[in-house]
Write a protein that binds this ligand. Structure first.
Ligand code: SF4
Ligand code: SF4
Length: 268
């Protein structure tokens, strides 16, 4: 059963992070995608808890009015919850932060850790991100969750990274950096084992090995972008599974067989 999807609502970003694979040549397209149609398909399909992530190829807050309209579109569906991830550089008004809060939208800020580490790959955006994290806290009364990419530098400074996040007291979703600066699955798993002794982290489940769980490709979660549906955000440079209008009943029939303790894409 499919129980989560991510939807990339735009292909624009105001940053150019060094490790961003979305912005490699050829991955981004400007194809139209009817997001309301995807949401309708979810409404028709979801009989139990279903999670929608408004996250993908770009920065969602750059198209705030659209994001707000998609969230409103699913607001009366108790079994559908949503979250979004921001790069933290776009400031919202108090009213907008409260809109997200009152619609129970979990907001994750992409923040890799202490200033030098974060700025190394994320365009010197640390100060702006922290300012918006504090704004979020001032308006909602609590800190947001965080999404942090773990590369070689984080592994070498694991204690410093972990104590940085300890201050905020909220959950951190770490993800494994892949590519040239990437780390091995074992290095990443060792990092998570250390981190979970000190802070709340997302881990386990049928989801993605990059988050410390099993690979959910071709099973329970899909990624919608560029008018197409893909196995996951990292599989966007593989041939798509189908068009974004594809119904979930059809997607459900696809069942990839492989060892889910390893990343499907890396095993190709
Ligand atoms: S903020 Fe996200 S989408 Fe934008 S360049 Fe960085 S990693 Fe890529
Ligand atoms: S294919 Fe790899 S990146 Fe995609 S969901 Fe599976 S483990 Fe994660």
């Amino acid at each position: 059963m499919i129980n989560r999807i991510c939807i990339s609502i735009n292909n624009q970003c105001n940053l150019g992070c060094k490790y961003c694979h979305f912005h490699e040549k050829g991955i981004l397209e400007d194809s139209e995608m009817n997001i309301y149609e995807i949401l309708d398909n979810v409404k028709n399909y979801a009989k139990s808890d279903f999670k929608i992530g408004f996250v993908g190829n770009g920065e969602c807050f750059l198209v705030w009015d659209q994001l707000k309209s998609y969230i409103s579109y699913i607001e009366n569906y108790d079994n559908i919850s949503s979250y979004t991830i921001t790069n933290g550089t776009v400031s919202l008004t108090d009213e907008d932060w409260m809109f997200l809060e009152s619609h129970n939208v979990n907001v994750g800020f992409s923040l890799d850790g202490y200033k030098e580490l974060h700025n190394m790959n994320r365009c010197d955006s640390f100060d702006k991100v922290i300012k918006n994290v504090e704004e979020y806290k001032r308006v909602t009364g609590h800190y947001p969750t965080f999404n942090a990419t773990v590369g070689k530098e984080s592994i070498h400074n694991a204690d410093k990274v972990i104590s940085f996040f300890k201050y905020y007291g909220t959950r951190v979703t770490f993800s494994r950096m892949i590519g040239k600066q990437g780390i091995s699955l074992q290095e990443y798993r060792d990092f998570l084992s250390l981190a979970e002794k000190h802070i709340s982290i997302r881990r386990g489940g049928l989801d993605c090995t990059m988050y410390g769980g099993q690979c959910g490709a071709g099973k329970n979660n899909y990624f919608f972008a560029n008018g197409k549906v893909y196995y996951c955000g990292n599989c966007i440079d593989l041939p798509p599974v189908g068009d974004s209008s594809m119904r979930f009943e059809e997607l459900e029939k696809i069942s990839l067989q492989f060892d889910r303790n390893y990343c499907f894409k890396e095993s190709l």
